[in-house]
Ligand binder design. Sequence first.
Ligand SMILES: NC(=O)c1ccc[n+]([C@@H]2O[C@H](COP(=O)([O-])OP(=O)(O)OC[C@H]3O[C@@H](n4cnc5c(N)ncnc54)[C@H](OP(=O)(O)O)[C@@H]3O)[C@@H](O)[C@H]2O)c1
Length: 287
Amino acid sequence: MAYKVLVTGANGQLGSTIKALSSQFEDAIQFVFTDKTNLDITNTDAIDAVFRNGHFNYCVNCAAFTNVDLAETETEKATAINAIAVKDLAKTCKKYNVKLIHISTDYVFDGAKTSAYTETDLASPINTYGQTKLLGENHIKQILNDYFIIRTSWLYSKFNQNFVKTVYQKLLNGEQLKIIDSQQGTPTSCWDLAEFIIFLVLNEVEAFGTYHFSAEGQTTWYDLGLHISKHIPKASNIIPIKTFESKAKRPRNSVLNTEKVRMLMKKNLPTWQNSVDKVILDLSREL
Ligand SMILES: NC(=O)c1ccc[n+]([C@@H]2O[C@H](COP(=O)([O-])OP(=O)(O)OC[C@H]3O[C@@H](n4cnc5c(N)ncnc54)[C@H](OP(=O)(O)O)[C@@H]3O)[C@@H](O)[C@H]2O)c1
């Protein structure tokens, strides 16, 4: 039997990556990719119409308001997309018996912990984006039993704009960069996360709940920048800085403990360095 999977927000970087990976699984999974133009997740009637005729087994919600700084001023919009629409999606999943795979964030944590965050650690966001994402998570938990909430961190891919791609391009252009070295986290390749999402579907995993997914290891934005610079002969300088002007506060530490995922998949996850190298190789072929 082929699984039928609805993907929302499919023009974002995670959605685009799932799309790129989907051809490898076309015998097993029939994907239906939607973006804001044909399924705005804040439109309750539109959600219902897509589900009513879709006969989906899973919905992967990649749609989100992801601009962390803008969320501080566009709070209503961020809440509508990250919390209220997620509540509607969860209700619709319940109505049509669809399993929800929802993506959440390391920014639900305040960063005060000095080791990696587990799924049972208290979420206490310090910015509006994190607050709206946590509201979304809580709605899902109240409405559904058959859900996966996957918290991930520092996503990047060859698609759209993200830190890895931006830094790589700026270094290629010979720009000198100042990058913050006071936040700890783990860069996560959308490719690795997309493979985990497909793993959940293909294995019909029934251990529902919250999972932390990232690459292995941890670093700072500055050290990530240095790692990227190793791919560029005669790369320009990167200067470490302690703070930068921004509207939203960021957690000092948002490293996620991935043991629950590793136990489920019965394997280790790739190191962040390996996964970054793969995306840079891809970018270097395309640029
Ligand atoms: N990026 C990160 O570093 C990071 C880290 C941790 C967790 N996450 C989470 O991972 C998930 C995927 O992130 P991403 O990096 O792939 O984000 P992204 O590239 O910003 O993609 C999100 C997509 O959702 C779309 N969207 C916005 N409002 C929508 C609506 N009302 N209806 C339908 N689609 C809508 C966006 O369209 P427009 O761009 O046109 O608005 C965009 O295409 C999100 O849940 C995010 O919170 C991301």
